[in-house]
Ligand binder design. Sequence first.
Ligand code: ATP
Length: 355
Amino acid sequence: MKIAVLPGDDIGPEITDATLAVLRTVDDVHRLGLDFEIHEVGMASHRRCGTTLPDRVVEMARAADGVLLGPAGMTAYPPLSEGGRNIPGAIRKELDLFANIRPARARRGLPKAQPGLDCVIVRENTEGFYADRNLYLGYGEFMPTPDVAMSLRLITARASRRISERAFAIAETRRKHVTFIGKRHVLKVTDGLFWREVERVAAQHPDVTLREVDVDAAAAELYSRPQAFDVILTSNMFGDILSNLANALAGSLGLAAALNVGEKHAAANAGHGSAPDIAGKGIANPASLILSAAMLLDWYGETRGSGPHRQAASDIEAALDATLEMPSARTPDLGGTAGTKDVSAALCALIRNGK
Ligand code: ATP
C-alpha cells in the first residue's frame, strides 16, 4: 500500500512522525507492505519553491493508495496568487473526497470524557455554507454594495444523496441509528432538499432508524444525552462545529480523528488545525492523526478485501485505548505531562507485545 505523506505545518510534522512510527510498527507486525512517499508541503514548501502545494504532489497523492495529511497552518499562508494554496481543500477537490468521517468516543479512564459518547459524524464535504465549495459560482460570499455582505449555501440532491448513502452504510455496521442534523424549519429550501434525499436513502435501509434534530437542540443533546447519537448525518458547516464539540466531549481536540473519503480515494487528516500555539514543544497529542491513519488502513482493507490492514487498524485503536488508560502516557491537553514521542513509543510497545 503506497501512502503519500504530507506532513503540513506547525505541529503537523511532529504528529506525522509519531504516526509514521506507529504505522511502521503495524507494518512489521502484520506485513502490510506499506510504502511511504514523504512530500514537503506548507510553508516549508513555499519557502523552497513558492507554493504550499506543488502540482506534482497532488499527482503523487492521486497515484497513491492513500494519503496521510498533517494539519496545514493556512491562516499564515500568503494569498493564493502568491502560492498560498489550501492543501486539504485542494486534495479534497482533486480526489473528490466528498465525505468527512469524524468519530468521537469517550475512552475509558479519561477524566473529562462524557460517558455514553460513541458516535460518528458523517459530514458532507463539498458544498454547504463554505465559500470555496460552491461549484456553480466558484465562490460563495460577495458584497453587492460596500455595506452589504452575503453568503450562499449550496445544497444539491446528488451530494446529499451520496453522503446519505455513506452514512446509512456506516450505520449498518454500528448501532443502526442515523440522526439527521439540520435546521429545516429555517433553512426550508436547502435543508428541505437534503432531507428529501435522506428519506429516500432511508427507505432502502428499513433496519436503520432515522431521527431528525435541529442543530441547536443537537448541540445541547450531544452534551446532555450523548448516548442518543450513533451516526450523525449533516451538512458541511454543522458537521465542522459539531465534530469539535463531540471531540471536546471525548476529552480533547487532540483525539479528533477524521477520514476524507470518496469513491476511489481517501485521505487521513486530523480533525483539528495546526495548533501553532504549541508547535515545536513536543507536546502535541498525536492520537488524532494516528487514529485517522488507522481509519485509512481500515478503509483500504475494506475496499481491497485485505484482512491484515483491518486488523492493524483495530490493533491501533485497542492500543490507544490501553495507552490512554495510563495517566503517565497522556499529553497536556488530556491533563498529563507526556510528550508526543512518549505516546507513540507507548503505542508501538503495546502493538509489538500484541496488546
Ligand atoms: P483550524 O481553524 O485550522 O481548524 P483552529 O483555529 O480551530 O484551527 P487548532 O489549531 O485546531 O485551532 O487549535 C485549537 C486549540 O486546540 C489550540 O489551543 C491547540 O493547541 C489545541 N490543539 C489542537 N490540536 C491539538 C493536538 N493534537 N494536541 C494538543 N492540543 C491541540
